[in-house]
Design a protein around this ligand. Structure first.
Ligand SMILES: NC(=O)c1ccc[n+]([C@@H]2O[C@H](COP(=O)([O-])OP(=O)(O)OC[C@H]3O[C@@H](n4cnc5c(N)ncnc54)[C@H](OP(=O)(O)O)[C@@H]3O)[C@@H](O)[C@H]2O)c1
Length: 250
C-alpha cells in the first residue's frame, strides 16, 4: 500500500465547521487545502497545522479564480481525493424578504458551490473516482420563517446532491450530503432565538469525519433534531404550517 497522504480540499476553512474539519483531517493524516476569503485566519491556521496544510484565498462566487485555484492544486499539490464544499453564509431575514440578502446568499451558497463543483467534477469523472461532499442543512428540508434565502439555498443543495448521487455513483464518484442542525459558529451567533440541541464545531467535525468513512448518502446530526425535522418533512402542508407557526411565534 502507498504511504502517500490523501488530499482533501475544504472550502470555508477560515472559521467554524470548515476550520474544525481541517484540523481533524490533518490529525487523521490527510494533506489538506483550506480555502476562503479571510487571509489572516488562513495564515493563522497554517501556523497551527504546519506543512501538510495549504491555503488559498478565493471567493467561491468568482468562477475564474476558483478554476485557477483548483488547477494550481492539481499541478502543484496533487489529485484531490476528497472535496468538502462547505463554504456558505447566512443572514437572518427578520425584517422580511430582502433581495440583497437573497442575491448574496444564493450566489454564495448555490452558485458558489456550483463553481467549485464545476472546477473539480471533470477531473473526477475522467479519473473515475473522487469523493465529493456538499454542505447543506436540515434547514433545507422545508421552508422556515425569516430565513427565505438561506432555507431555499440549502434546499437547492439537497436537490443538487441527490441529482449528483443518481448520476455519478456509477462513474466511481462517492457523493455525500451534510445536513447539520445548529452548530455554534459565527454563522449562528447572529440568531436571537433559542437553538435546540446546539453543538460546537469540533463535535460537528467529528460527526462529519465519522460519516465520511461510511456509505450513507446523508451525514446528519444531532440525531434527535434531525429525526424531528425528518418527521416535519413528511407532514402534510396544513399540519406542517400549523406546527411551525406554533413553535416559532414570539
Ligand atoms: N452553524 C450551523 O448551525 C450550520 C448548520 C447547518 C449548516 N451549516 C453550514 O455549514 C457551513 C459552514 O458554516 P459555519 O457555521 O462554519 O459558519 P462560518 O463560521 O461563518 O463559516 C463559513 C465559512 O464560509 C466561508 N465563506 C463564506 N463566503 C465565502 C465566499 N464567498 N468565498 C469563500 N469562502 C466563503 C467563510 O470564510 P471567509 O469569510 O473567510 O470567506 C467561512 O470560512 C455553511 O455552508 C453553513 O450553511 C451551518
Amino acid at each position: 500500500m502507498s504511504d502517500k497522504k490523501k488530499i482533501a480540499w475544504v472550502t470555508g476553512a477560515s472559521s467554524g465547521i470548515g476550520k474544525a474539519l481541517c484540523i481533524k483531517l490533518i490529525n487523521n493524516d490527510w494533506t489538506v487545502i483550506g480555502s476562503s476569503r479571510n487571509i489572516n485566519n488562513l495564515k493563522n491556521l497554517k501556523l497551527e497545522l504546519g506543512e501538510n496544510f495549504y491555503f488559498m484565498t478565493v471567493d467561491i462566487k468568482n468562477r475564474n479564480s476558483i478554476n485557477s485555484a483548483v488547477k494550481k492544486i492539481f499541478s502543484e499539490i496533487g489529485n484531490i481525493d476528497l472535496a468538502i464544499l462547505n463554504a456558505g453564509i447566512y443572514q437572518p431575514e427578520t425584517d422580511g424578504f430582502n433581495i440583497d440578502i437573497s442575491e448574496d446568499t444564493i450566489s454564495t451558497n448555490v452558485i458558489g458551490t456550483m463553481n467549485c463543483l464545476s472546477a473539480i467534477l471533470p477531473e473526477f469523472i475522467q479519473r473515475g473516482n473522487g469523493h465529493l461532499v456538499l454542505m447543506s442543512s436540515i434547514a433545507g428540508y422545508r421552508g422556515l420563517p425569516k430565513a427565505y434565502s438561506y432555507t431555499s439555498s440549502r434546499a437547492a443543495i439537497i436537490n443538487l446532491a441527490e441529482s449528483l448521487k443518481i448520476d455519478l455513483t456509477s462513474k466511481g464518484i462517492k457523493i455525500q450530503l451534510i445536513t447539520p442542525g445548529f452548530v455554534d459558529t459565527e454563522l449562528t451567533q447572529k440568531n436571537d432565538f433559542y437553538m435546540p440541541f446546539l453543538i460546537n464545531s469540533e463535535t460537528a467535525a467529528s460527526m462529519i469525519i465519522k460519516g465520511l468513512s461510511k456509505n450513507n448518502f446523508e451525514i446528519t446530526f444531532p440525531r434527535k433534531l434531525s429525526y424531528i425535522m425528518k418527521i416535519l418533512r413528511i407532514l402534510p402542508y396544513p399540519l406542517y404550517f400549523l406546527i411551525v407557526r406554533q413553535f416559532t411565534k414570539k
